[in-house]
Ligand binder design. Sequence first.
Ligand code: AMP
Ligand code: ZN
Length: 119
Amino acid sequence: MQDCLFCKIINKEVPVEIVYENNKVVAFKDIHPKAPIHLLIVPQKHIPSVDHLEIQDKELIGELFLTAQKIAREQRIAQTGYKLVFNVGRGGGQVIDHLHLHLLGGWKSEKERDIPGMP
Ligand code: AMP
Ligand code: ZN
């Protein structure tokens, strides 16, 4: 997708801090972090949102979650806990139309965890 920011990031046309990548997914730091650790895990394949998933994307969805689990362990937030969020559509707070899983964590307290605009 020519005009998709996350496709450009995947193709290395827009620089970001990549923390993990394989042939199916890329994970990078969110430019406006809403938590001490805020990463976005995106499929290499352009899929606009959860609402656009098809049956053949079943395995790819598993890959997104398992990548989140792996990174959370590497970043040492698995024990304290973290949030995984998909915003879906404008009404759901989605502004970039390329599927992405938010991985948020690293808070020092429950109070610090309550993020405005996040569930
Ligand atoms: P959403 O609101 O679910 O569509 O989330 C989009 C996320 O992309 C937001 O948290 C933005 O801060 C993040 N974002 C936008 N542009 C960039 C960028 N160039 N690099 C990294 N993250 C970005
Ligand atoms: Zn895209």
